[in-house]
Write a protein that binds this ligand. Structure first.
Ligand SMILES: C=C(O[C@@H]1C=C(C(=O)O)C=C[C@H]1O)C(=O)O
Length: 279
């Protein structure tokens, strides 16, 4: 590959199996790491060609496509997307949302509005601000800091992967490798698949290597990557993604004044016939 492909990936443990040796498999890839929300903004601004972005941003994007059969998802508990709350769901009125999140931030709003009829007052929780001193009823944390968080002042710790699957019966897809319109992946597409295969086959080594800096137990990290997260994007995950899109549309979170909503069409283009099977 002769031209450079600017690829941005999430800087959490959950992404490591997807980027292990990625730049060896495609030397033309220039890899940067950042928060999911920032990757989405960089892709939209044209500063990236491919980004592992929140799925809600895929739907907000301007005719993005995605690398097939790769995602960060779960079917049931995900362990790293937690709404800590001082009160039960139906009493939540104020929420602080992790700055790094877009999918789970919108999911929090979807669950509150569609299941409980609540439109909460929302504030952002910056990435470097501790959640302990917040005065909101609930706080959403994602990624590595969610896995470390204990927050004894909060009585409830709702796992949003678990909440989603219990409610819809479908897997939750949090992020996909979105490709900006007009970008040709060429041979690099294969590299994303090779990296995933290699990374999942070496999840134990990745866990051992990454756990100390994260302050997490290596065995826990291993099981998080090998048994909790789902990295495939097959028909049932796509059905979950489609269901999420419909609900997101219903609460108005796909409306983005700065961007067109084009990703929904590309989902169907890449997955003909899929939408027919979705409730
Ligand atoms: C499961 C996770 O998936 C993530 C959640 C995202 C979001 O809420 O926007 C985006 C990317 C993923 O890294 C997690 O970070 O814990």
């Amino acid at each position: 590959m002769s031209t450079t492909l600017r690829v941005g990936a999430v800087n959490y443990l959950n992404t490591k199996p997807l980027i292990e040796r990625l730049t060896d498999f495609a030397p033309g890839i220039e890899l940067s790491l950042d928060l999911p929300s920032r990757l989405a903004d960089q892709l939209a601004a044209g500063d990236l060609d491919v980004g592992l972005i929140p799925v809600v941003e895929f739907f907000r994007g301007d005719n993005y496509t995605f690398v097939p059969n790769i995602a960060i998802g779960s079917r049931g508990p995900v362990l790293s997307v937690t709404l800590f709350s001082k009160v039960p769901w139906e009493e939540i009125r104020t929420v602080a949302l992790d700055e790094g999140s877009r999918t789970s931030a919108a999911l929090t709003r979807i669950i509150l509005e569609k299941r409980y009829g609540i439109e909460p007052v929302i504030q952002q929780l910056p990435i470097d601000t501790p959640a302990d001193d917040l005065t909101t009823d609930a706080v959403l944390l994602i990624g590595d800091r969610a896995m470390r968080a204990c927050l004894p002042g909060y009585r409830f710790a709702y796992d949003l992967g678990e909440e989603w699957t219990a409610w819809t019966g479908l897997p939750m897809v949090f992020a996909v490798w979105a490709v900006r319109s007009g970008v040709d992946l060429g041979e690099a597409e294969l590299a994303f698949h090779k990296a995933k295969e290699y990374g999942l086959a070496n999840a134990g080594l990745i866990a051992q290597r990454e756990a100390p800096a994260l302050g997490l137990d290596p065995g826990f990290c291993r099981r998080y990557m090998s048994n909790v997260l789902r990295y495939d994007l097959g028909p049932v995950e796509l059905a979950g993604m489609q269901k999420y899109r419909e609900l997101a549309e219903g609460v108005g979170v796909l409306a983005n004044p700065d961007r067109k909503v084009g990703g929904a069409d590309s989902l169907q283009r890449r997955t003909p016939g899929l939408a027919a099977g979705v409730r």
